[in-house]
Write a protein that binds this ligand. Structure first.
Ligand code: SF4
Ligand code: SF4
Length: 98
């Protein structure tokens, strides 16, 4: 799936994300923390979300995407059915949500 970097899923999905306090200096997750994953409810922006300003528009960025703690999270596993090079369909679906 090709991500259009709109950031809508980081706001509208009801999902579990890495607890910011559980990220160790080396980027790994503190597995001894029983609350290493926290619930991010639909309608609340993820604490790891940031907007980067591009030449013409803002580009949604996940600030932990490159870190080892991101591996195997629901966000990393998020995919859609279809060819790998198809554009994200969820973006348009979520477009009309408040
Ligand atoms: S809704 Fe789709 S296009 Fe938008 S940030 Fe999420 S994965 Fe990317
Ligand atoms: S962890 Fe990253 S990809 Fe997942 S919801 Fe948060 S900002 Fe979006």
């Amino acid at each position: 799936m090709i991500c259009k970097r709109c950031g809508r899923c980081c706001l509208h999905l009801d999902i579990f994300v890495v607890n910011p306090r559980s990220i160790l200096p080396d980027g790994n997750m503190n597995k001894n923390d029983p609350e290493a994953m926290i619930h991010k409810p639909a309608g609340q922006m993820c604490p790891h979300f940031a907007n980067k300003s591009g030449p013409e528009e803002k580009i949604a960025t996940c600030t932990i995407h490159h870190l080892p703690c991101y591996r195997d999270t629901p966000c990393e596993k998020f995919e859609q059915i279809g060819p790998e090079d198809s554009l994200c369909l969820l973006s348009s679906y979520l477009d009309g949500r408040k």
